[in-house]
Design a protein around this ligand. Sequence first.
Ligand SMILES: NC(=O)c1ccc[n+]([C@@H]2O[C@H](COP(=O)([O-])OP(=O)(O)OC[C@H]3O[C@@H](n4cnc5c(N)ncnc54)[C@H](OP(=O)(O)O)[C@@H]3O)[C@@H](O)[C@H]2O)c1
Length: 261
Amino acid sequence: MDLGIKGKRALVLGASRGLGAGMARALAAEGCNLFLAARTAERLDERARELSREYGVTVENRPLDLGDLDSVEACARAAGGSGGVDILINTTGGPPPSGALGVTPALWLQQFQSMVLGVIRLTDLLVPAMRERRWGRVVTVTSSGVIQPIPVLAVSNTLRASIVTFMKTLSTEVAADGVTVNVMAPGRIWTERTDEIDAANAKRSGASQEQVRRQSMATIPVGRYGTVEEFAAVACFLASAQASYVTGQVMRVDGGMIRSV
Ligand SMILES: NC(=O)c1ccc[n+]([C@@H]2O[C@H](COP(=O)([O-])OP(=O)(O)OC[C@H]3O[C@@H](n4cnc5c(N)ncnc54)[C@H](OP(=O)(O)O)[C@@H]3O)[C@@H](O)[C@H]2O)c1
C-alpha cells in the first residue's frame, strides 16, 4: 500500500539505534526526507549514509540532547527552518531500572527533563507550522508501562504517563487542523536496549541471559519479542495519509502482552 507520504519531511528522534532507527528506515522506504536526531553523531552519520544510499532520500543529522533545552530549540529551528517538519516521531532514552521508592529527586528531575520536557518543548515548537499547513503527524513512543506498569521501571511508568496525557490533550486541540497526535506503547521489541535489560535481569537473578529472555518471551501471547520492522510498520501507518481519522490513541504493539482490554 502506498502510504501517501512520499516527499514529506520527517524528524525522527532517537534515530541512532533501536526503534528510532527502525522507524527512520521505514519512513525512508516510503520516500520521506529525513531529519535524524540523537546524541551520538557517529551513529547518526552512519544511519544517514545508509538511508540516503538505499532509498535516495535526503537525510540531515542533528545531534540532540533532549535533556538540554538549548539543544532542543536549536534542533527545532534547524528542522523547522529548512522546509518544515510534516511528521514528528518522538523517541527518548529510557531511565535506569528502579522501584517506586528510593529514587532521588535529582534523578526524577533529570529524567523529567530528557523524557518529558524536551519532547513537549520540541512538539510545541513544531506543531504550529503543521497546523498552518493543515497537515501533520505526531507519533510518540512510550511503553506498555503506561497501561500496565512494569515493576522495575517506576520512573518510566510515571513519566511516560504524563506524555500520554499531554499528547491526548494536544490531539483534541489540533484535530480540526489536519494534525493527528498518537502514542505508541511497545511491549518487548528486540533492540539493544532489550538486550541490556535482559542482561541486567540475568545479573540480578543469577540466571543466564538466554534463560531470562525465554522467561520473558513466555509472558507474551505471540511467544517472542517483536521485531523493529513490525514496530516501525505501525508507526508508518500512524504517520500515513490513510491514518487521517486516527488521533488521540495509544497504539499497543505488544504481541498481546498487555492483558487488559
Ligand atoms: N524496545 C522495547 O521493547 C521498548 C519497550 C518499551 C519502551 N521502550 C522505550 O522506547 C524508547 C526506544 O526504545 P529502544 O529499544 O530503541 O531504546 P534504545 O536502543 O536505548 O534507543 C534510545 C534512543 O534514544 C536516544 N537518546 C537517549 N537519550 C537521549 C537524549 N538525552 N537526547 C536525545 N536522544 C537520546 C538514543 O541515542 P543516543 O544515545 O545516541 O542519544 C537512542 O537513539 C526507549 O525510551 C525505551 O525505553 C522500548
